[in-house]
Write a protein that binds this ligand. Structure first.
Ligand code: AMP
Length: 419
């Protein structure tokens, strides 16, 4: 085993040598603000509500203390000690991989079971046969497996909710209350999300014991300013040609485009493909195998554009994703935060472009208001809207966090190219 840098700042957080080594091995130099704030509290056994922007290292903020427990206090052999709930299948796979990778240097191997729908249940049942110390799951499939007696949750000491506000909203309410009823009353809870609406906060409090709320300040390099936001006025019918134009003129190499429906996802991807741009749809009607392939292709660079529904808005980490486009605006300001948070991750810069029309102008203003940020309306030569928009709020360039001029310039270049 290679030597562990004892002076790593991760050692100062109180983590075991195996985990400090794993963090260093993964190239983590300094703990991110959410890690620095949450890990010591989690190690003390406190319940934590962690609020930090997307891409800020939240996974390791709960994975490291979780593994530390297993490393230092070996629980009963192969009983499920930690349960991590996530809202989507892709996030389950991603979180499972991170936990497994961070456990690599531990003296006793940790078994991590990743359980989600969309794939056959039988291999998951087989995989659970010998037990698993860590279960990472979407709620519906986990309940199926509980009902089939494939997994028991009565030894769970640690409950993690990743993208907690999503798991605590109505869509998951029944499943979540069934699951929490199966857990021991005495347990630790770590809930993480980029957003916590007040109603959600009350629900979270009810599931936790005297929780400490940690609002991690943005690191100088990883704050929201790392995402540069643009709003382009365009008639709805012109959005696909404009998108194609921006992709080509800006030489965008990896783009995530959000649309409102599965139909639009197929349709826009199809249109881009017909003009020679490697694009694919990503939505809930696709098989899990197809979803995995699309994501893998986007990550590898085989695919240039992924056109997705909000299913892709939460938690997904796509390295070097430079641009997010809101082809259709999201329904809520919270969804906007999560969508644009797919870019500008781990200290990288990102560009978020929203298409706004006369019909959606009022809705975008609401998003701006909640974000407490004005975004100047722009027009691209050749794609100016014919419909008149209601007068936009006075442009305030100071409001746009335009620290990184190069990205902005790219958009301008795109505009110039359209003349
Ligand atoms: P997450 O917010 O958990 O999705 O993490 C976003 C990205 O940040 C992932 O690629 C992590 O590997 C990376 N990351 C997490 N913690 C650190 C750290 N302390 N230093 C550098 N990168 C990190």
């Amino acid at each position: 085993m290679t030597s562990v840098p004892e002076n790593s700042p991760f050692a100062a957080l109180g983590l075991s040598a195996a985990l400090v080594g794993a963090a260093v091995e993964r190239g983590y130099g300094e703990p991110t603000p959410i890690q620095a704030a949450a890990i010591p509290l989690a190690l003390q056994g406190r319940d934590v509500i962690g609020c930090a922007r997307t891409g800020s290292g939240k996974t390791a903020a709960f994975a490291l203390p979780l593994l530390h427990r297993l490393d230092t206090r070996r629980p009963a052999w192969r009983r499920t000690y930690a349960l991590v709930l996530v809202p989507t299948r892709e996030l389950a796979m991603q979180v499972g991989e991170t936990i497994q990778a961070l456990s690599r240097r531990m003296a006793h191997p940790v078994k991590v079971a990743v359980l989600h729908g969309g794939v056959s249940i039988n291999p998951q049942m087989l995989g659970l046969r010998g037990g698993a110390e860590v279960v990472v799951a979407t709620p519906g499939r986990l309940l199926d497996l509980v009902d089939r007696h494939a997994v028991k949750l009565d030894d769970v000491n640690l409950l993690v909710l990743d993208e907690a506000d999503r798991l605590l909203d109505e869509g998951f309410a029944d499943e979540l209350s069934r699951l929490t009823a199966l857990l021991p009353a005495r347990r630790q809870g770590l809930f993480f999300s980029a957003t916590f609406a007040p109603a959600v906060q009350a629900l979270a409090d009810a599931l936790l014991r005297d929780p400490v709320r940690v609002d991690a300040p943005a690191a100088p390099d990883a704050g929201p300013a790392a995402i540069e936001q643009h709003a382009v006025e365009v008639d709805p019918a012109q959005r696909t040609p404009l998108l194609r134009h921006l992709i080509e003129q800006g030489r965008w190499s990896r783009v995530l485009v959000f649309v409102a429906t599965r139909y639009a996802s197929d349709h826009v991807a199809d249109k881009l493909r017909r003009t020679g741009i490697a694009a694919a749809a990503f939505h809930g009607d696709l098989s899990q195998g197809a979803r995995n392939r699309v994501l893998a292709d986007l990550r590898s660079g085989a695919l240039r554009v992924m056109v997705a529904t909000d299913m892709a808005a939460r938690g997904l980490h796509i390295p070097d994703l430079g641009v997010v486009v809101n082809y259709d605006l999201p329904r809520s300001p919270v969804d906007y935060t999560h969508r644009i948070g797919r870019t500008g991750r781990a200290g990288a810069t990102g560009l978020a472009v929203s298409f706004v029309s006369a019909a959606t102008e009022a809705h975008f203003r609401l998003i701006e208001k909640r974000q407490r940020q004005r975004v100047t309306r722009e027009r691209i030569a050749g794609f100016e809207p014919r419909e008149a928009s209601p007068p936009a709020p006075a442009p305030s360039n100071g409001g746009i966090k335009g620290r990184r001029k190069s990205k902005k310039d790219k958009l301008r270049e795109a505009a110039a190219g359209g003349g």
